[in-house]
Design a protein around this ligand. Structure first.
Ligand code: IDP
Ligand code: MG
Length: 141
């Protein structure tokens, strides 16, 4: 398996509920190492741009409203098979369907407010990392 990078967001619900430390510790325990990390309160245009792929979905307005409600933690995670590993430890989009022990099962309240974002492919990981981080901000050396 190859060492990959993926992009992760700890969403407003998890930051508001003081779950940042537990979520980062969980990533580290499964071999996903933060190599870039920043707390930021997203603007409407930043959230709309990030989720542009969902702009036609009925929940788009609600999603942007939620993601701009308060601060998030933006991270690049590195590790073996990082994209798939992150999706596995996040759990299903709807926490009601998420497996035991996953982040969404442990911390999320609803399909909208589901605590974490994770890239769904290596291609999207590269796009999402570049959306929020400069190459010089990624500490892999
Ligand atoms: P993912 O985050 O598991 O990749 P996506 O289908 O890419 O799920 O959806 C992006 C985000 O949009 C979800 O994480 C969630 O915050 C929100 N979302 C998805 N489906 C719904 C819905 O049916 N109602 C409200 N929000 C939703
Ligand atoms: Mg997605």
């Amino acid at each position: 398996m190859a060492i990959e990078k993926t992009f992760s967001i700890i969403k407003p619900d998890a930051v508001e509920n003081n779950h940042v430390g537990k979520i980062i510790a969980h990533f580290q325990e499964v071999g996903l190492k933060p190599v870039a990390l920043r707390m930021q309160h997203l603007s409407k245009s930043e959230a709309e741009g990030f989720y542009a792929v969902h702009s036609e979905r009925p929940f788009f307005g609600e999603l942007v409203e939620f993601m701009t409600r308060s601060a998030v933690v933006l991270m690049v995670l590195e590790g073996e098979n990082a994209v798939a590993k992150n999706r596995e430890v996040m759990g299903a989009t709807n926490p009601a369907e998420a497996a035991e022990g996953t982040i969404r099962k442990m911390f999320a309240k609803s399909i909208g407010e589901n605590s974490v974002h994770g890239s769904d492919s290596q291609e999207n990981a590269a796009i999402e990392i570049a959306y929020f981080f400069r190459a010089t901000e990624i500490c892999t050396h």
